[in-house]
Design a protein around this ligand. Structure first.
Ligand SMILES: Nc1ncnc2c1ncn2[C@@H]1O[C@H](COP(=O)(O)OP(=O)(O)OP(=O)(O)O)[C@@H](O)[C@H]1O
Ligand SMILES: [Mg+2]
Length: 331
């Protein structure tokens, strides 16, 4: 059996809290397991502070891992195995939220991309300019923009340049962290279309971190919903969004604005704020905000339940969530 492209087991990332709370820890990621097959796109959603960026960075070895295991291509990446990490770095790239910060402001975009090609060392120097031109063409940037620095580009052009730079290593895995959040809605659509095209053309696997569930619905094969450092639900995107099995997912879905302007937003799909990751509640971390919480939810964190392609960390049965869910996405 071939191993998945990316394999994550019980990953934990804690940060020192700093300041007066030096002995406490920010429990940013608390035991995440997931699999990603070649060519697959996984959406990672959840409120601010749920640990999405920390997880994304830890997967690429950009943030130290406290415990757990990350494997790429069957090779161990986390821990002290430098060879595994080097293999991952040659095959995985990150696309960031702020396209202006992701590129060196003093370099032209052609130079930024050429630098990545030089470091990777697989393209003969004489062929670098042609390769840069091909990459710019791939992301839909005109050749005359190659000599511009980031500040002389629009936000959308800059994000395309950032994507070209990420693709220069010919990655098999891309982690995109809120990569369209800073752009105008029409430009967002163009970049999402570009990612859909690149995914089909290059067979890229992608982890797409986003707040915007509508974009995730368009782009992603599967979705994982994070709450306070844990994945509470995961499954095929359409199935999760049309029949959520975790009360937290149900609340997120209920908060998506309906296409029908006559249907008002639900008054309060999700009351309150998430608790601090410095002091997680006992039991299921979602229980203080859960409309359906039972006494046992205060005692024990529910283990992940696997049912075909769907995974849910909740003691309630799917029926109890769908029948008691106050509002659904369908008209
Ligand atoms: N370098 C750091 N040091 C200490 N705490 C951190 C650090 N980076 C993130 N955190 C904390 O870890 C938790 C998870 O943060 P993270 O940025 O991963 O969340 P997120 O889901 O990406 O949020 P957002 O949607 O706002 O981007 C938060 O409580 C955050 O304050
Ligand atoms: Mg983030």
């Amino acid at each position: 059996m071939t191993p998945p492209l990316l394999e994550v087991d019980d990953l934990v990332v804690h940060y020192p809290a700093g300041g007066m709370l030096r002995r406490r820890e920010v429990q940013a990621v608390n035991g995440v397991s997931l699999r990603l097959e070649p060519g697959e796109t996984l959406g990672l959603v959840g409120e601010s502070g749920s640990g999405k960026s920390t997880l994304g960075r830890a997967l690429l070895g950009l943030t130290p891992v406290t415990a757990g295991h990350v494997g790429f291509d069957g090779k161990r990446v986390s821990g002290r195995d430098r060879a595994g990490l080097a293999h991952l770095r040659r095959n995985a790239a990150m696309i960031f939220q702020d396209p202006f910060n992701a590129l060196n402001p003093r370099q032209t975009i052609a130079t930024s991309i050429a630098e990545v090609l030089r470091v990777k060392g697989e393209v003969p120097p004489a062929e670098v300019p042609a390769r840069v031109a091909a990459l710019l063409d791939l992301v839909g940037l005109r050749p005359d923009l190659a000599g511009r620095k980031p500040h002389a580009l629009s936000g959308g052009q800059c994000q395309r340049a950032g994507i070209a730079r990420a693709l220069a290593i010919e990655p098999r895995l891309v982690i995109a962290d809120e990569c369209v959040a800073a752009l105008d809605v029409s430009i967002q659509g163009q970049i999402i279309n570009l990612l859909i095209e690149l995914k089909a053309r290059m067979g890229l696997a992608m982890i797409f971190i986003a707040h915007d569930l509508a974009i995730v619905r368009r782009l992603c094969d599967r979705v994982a919903v994070m709450y306070l450092g844990r994945i509470v639900e995961e499954g095929p995107t359409e199935a999760v969004f049309s029949s959520p099995r975790h009360p937290y997912t149900a609340a997120l879905v209920a908060a998506i604005p309906s296409l029908d302007p006559a249907r008002p937003l639900p008054a309060d799909p999700l009351p309150g704020e998430p608790p601090s990751p410095l002091a997680l509640p006992p039991g299921c971390a979602f229980h203080p905000r859960c409309r359906l919480a039972r006494p046992e939810c205060r005692e024990m964190a529910p283990p992940a339940r696997h049912d075909g392609e769907r995974i849910t960390a909740c003691v309630l049965s799917p029926d109890e969530i769908t029948t008691t869910q106050p509002r659904s996405m369908e008209p």
